[in-house]
Design a protein around this ligand. Structure first.
Ligand code: DGJ
Length: 750
């Protein structure tokens, strides 16, 4: 998978799908990017991919006119000499300058993929799954060593990269910027796709043309954020969901990030992703190293769906971990929208009992179970149960829930504190704050300084005291505000640039300790919905609450956007009450379920207050979902129609062996006398005959993908019902189940 020409120092990383090629430019000793894209046959040398033009430029060496780094496509570019674009790293030396000259020194190749200490990262289960190349660069002026790590997997169209800076000298180095990856692509014929949002409307897909100069998305909020997700894709203007070239970049990290494109005047596109350099710096004393998070780069020539499927498969099977990774996820009910803070044990048990009768498998007790937490002004930080609400404690409640045949889950928000708590009374210095200056609150709460090990330790012990002895199967880990006035009282003034990153390392550490002690607990990450729905979190929590917006129509956009990167097995999606609490919209129980099916599926409503008809519908929906959840959570997902482009949304999930599929089709508004419309499916086996429920059609895969399903508004006769499907009305939805499992039966239907 990794081939090296020892003479020309060319490196070719390839598998059946992708090739990634770079070399050492002998004159400058810089790594020069030659190619990243569709797999190409190996050659002894790819020297013909080197591009040089005689251009006006600053050159490194006197008398030489071809040593301008600006005109050599870089693997890990610097600033300060002859490249004037934004660099992948920056170091401030004691003298005050920022000039480095990292030169190629050596390389090594290892089987498999080493772990990144303290950081989430993709992994292998055995050494044959990947190979890792480490290229070692040394600074010509100091004892700084930089390792560039590249992993190529056997089965994914993916290159992962990360960078490690090590200071072997006596001078103290200040790292001001340390991208995880950077690549110079040879043209600029791209559009940029990214996920934009806000609280309750996360992951909206944006696509826009590249222009010369800089474009970036980023977070400086202390979390990956609702506003932008640590992901971007470079897409050919003609690329669609199923065709054309796409380069996807995703960062396995949960804190401040930046994803940046710079198109230079010669139309080279420099793409990079990593920790946001704004507000970041890291001191490296002698013998110390800094490891960047991992970046995942996907190449697809099968459009955005091809890119998404690569992310889905890698993240579902080789980023998510633990007992629950490959398990079908339990159908849950969460009491948040049912009761908010206003509940007692009796009410909770009533909900749980009703839910159990209808087939729910997990009850989740959300916010409000501890201390005197009756609204959002109080109690975060003191993790002891409120005995007026739960006279038998969490332990007692968890036992009763288990007696009903349900698993039990509990909500925590470990990173936060309210001022009315013992924790704050004893440790007012444990919050993130600048002494003597105002500390802003968010939702009345303050951020605990997770950059301090003693704070993380305290929270570990508090959580452990609740979990230990109770029957807890699931934890929802919430985080409801961003970090402001970022400052740690425990760090010296010249290390304040480290606070954000140290904070996230503290969060990862707490997760790791809890997982080590409780490997069977299913974690769901949450941050006021999707403010920290990122690959970093997936390493610890295989599920993420995608949004606080539970409206079925809004969820189409949110789940469609989330699916750009994240597998359905990670997308927390619930059915809630109507009128919807966020937007006031009325949608049918069917439509709400049909949207929530494409995720982990659950409920978030007062099931005791529902009509018999609704309860019967819920029972039916749960039965349906249980029958198909393996397909949903482990199949290949394709987006068919975008909610950002029209009145209809559609998607399909197809089993790996292509014997079955589930299609969701959704209409926002009914149209009088509408135009004809067909829904062409994707991902089926052209040769297979599928039975399409509920219409009882038998059709070949090629036919369903080319001719498509036919919709009609005015289906009346029985024969029409067999071939067409009704899309009449506002907020309507249809689910089609396709199976080719029993071929003889399918033939009869035909
Ligand atoms: C925000 C979450 O996203 C909600 O689901 C809920 O858990 C509340 N926090 C509780 O405060």
């Amino acid at each position: 998978m990794i081939q090296v020409n020892e003479v020309t120092k060319e490196f070719h990383l390839s598998n059946k799908k992708v090739s990634y090629i770079f070399r050492v430019d002998k004159k400058t000793k810089q790594l020069e990017q030659l190619y990243f894209g569709k797999h190409i046959k190996h050659r002894e040398s790819f020297f013909y991919l080197v591009e040089r033009e005689n251009r006006p430029a600053n050159n490194l060496y006197e008398g030489d006119h071809t040593s301008s780094l600006e005109h050599i496509k870089q693997e890990y570019p610097s600033f300060g000499t002859t490249d004037f674009r934004y660099p992948a790293y920056q170091i401030k030396w004691e003298a005050g300058d920022r000039v480095t000259h990292l030169e190629y020194s050596s390389y090594n190749i290892t089987k498999g993929k080493p772990i990144l200490e303290g950081l989430p990262a993709t992994y292998v289960e055995n050494e044959t799954e990947a190979e890792t190349l480490t290229v070692i660069l040394k600074d010509a002026y100091s004892d700084l060593e930089v390792q560039l790590n590249y992993t190529i997997f056997t089965d994914f169209p993916v290159i992962t990269r990360s960078t490690r800076f090590s200071n072997h000298g006596s001078e103290v180095i200040e790292l001001e910027n340390a991208m995880s990856t950077s690549i110079d692509l040879p043209d600029a014929n791209f559009e940029l796709v990214h996920l934009n949002g806000a609280w309750a409307r996360e992951t909206h897909v944006e696509r826009k043309e590249l222009h010369t100069g800089l474009q970036s998305i980023s977070s400086a909020r202390g979390a990956s954020s609702h506003a932008h997700n640590p992901f971007m894709a470079l897409v050919r203007p003609t690329s669609t969901e199923t065709n054309g070239e796409v380069y996807g970049f995703s960062l396995v990290y949960s804190g401040n990030f930046t994803a940046q494109i710079e198109v230079d005047t010669y139309h080279v596109t420099r793409a990079m992703i990593g920790i946001n350099p704004f507000q970041f710096s890291w001191k490296l004393t002698n013998g110390k190293s800094f490891q960047t998070p991992e970046a995942v780069m996907v190449y697809s020539d099968e459009g955005l769906n091809g890119m998404s499927q690569a992310f889905h498969e890698l993240y579902r099977t080789r980023l998510a971990r633990g007992t629950w990774r490959d398990e079908e996820r339990p159908v849950l009910i969460n009491n948040w929208e049912a009761t908010y803070f206003d509940f007692n044990e009796e009410k909770i048990l009533e909900i749980a009992e009703n839910a159990a009768e209808l087939g729910v498998e997990l009850f989740v007790l959300d916010d409000g179970w501890f201390n005197k937490r009756n609204d959002d002004t109080s109690s975060l930080g003191d993790w002891v149960e409120d005995k007026t609400k739960l006279p038998n404690g969490v332990k007692g409640l968890s036992e009763k829930i288990h007696q009903l045949g349900l698993k039990f889950g509990l909500w925590f928000e470990p990173e936060m504190v309210n001022k009315d708590t013992k924790l704050y009374e004893h440790h007012p210095d444990w919050i993130i704050q600048v002494p003597g200056k105002n500390v802003s609150h968010g939702r009345n709460q303050f951020v605990l300084d997770f950059s301090r090990p003693e704070v993380v330790d305290n929270l570990y012990h508090q959580m452990d005291a609740i979990i230990d002895g109770s029957q807890i199967d699931y934890i929802k880990w919430d985080m409801n505000r961003y970090i402001s006035e970022a400052f740690s009282i425990a760090l010296p003034s010249d290390r304040q640039g480290e606070v954000y990153h140290r904070y996230i390392l503290g969060v990862y550490d707490l997760y790791e300790r809890l997982i080590a002690k409780y490997p069977n607990i299913l974690f769901e990450s949450c941050a006021g919905g999707g403010a920290r729905n990122d690959p970093g979190m997936l390493f610890y929590a295989p599920q993420a609450w995608a949004s606080d917006d539970t409206d079925a129509v809004e969820r189409l956009k949110i789940q469609y956007g989330t699916s750009m990167v994240y597998p359905l097995s990670s997308i927390g999606s619930h059915v809630s009450a109507v009128p919807n609490h966020q937007v006031g919209r009325m949608t049918s129980m069917d439509m709400r379920s049909h949207v929530a099916y494409f995720g982990t599926f659950g409920y978030e409503l007062d099931i005791t207050a529902l009509s018999q008809m609704d309860k019967e519908a819920i029972q039916k929906h749960i039965q349906f979902f249980k029958k198909h959840r393996k397909l949903v959570q482990q199949g290949d997902f394709y987006r068919l129609k975008s909610p950002f482009e029209g009145n209809h949304t559609a998607w399909i999930v197809v089993s790996k062996d292509q014997t079955e599929a589930l299609v969701g089709f959704y209409q926002i508004l009914g149209t009088p006398n509408p135009a004809y419309e067909r829904l062409q499916l994707t991902g089926l086996d052209t040769e297979k005959m599928y039975k399409v429920h509920p219409m009882e059609q038998a059709r070949y895969g090629d036919d369903l993908m080319a001719a498509g399903l036919i919709f009609a508004d005015d289906v009346t006769t029985e024969s029409e019902t067999k071939w067409k499907f009704n899309r009449h009305g506002d907020f309507t939805s249809n689910i089609f189940y396709l199976t080719s499992k029993n071929d003889s039966e399918v033939e009869q239907w035909g």
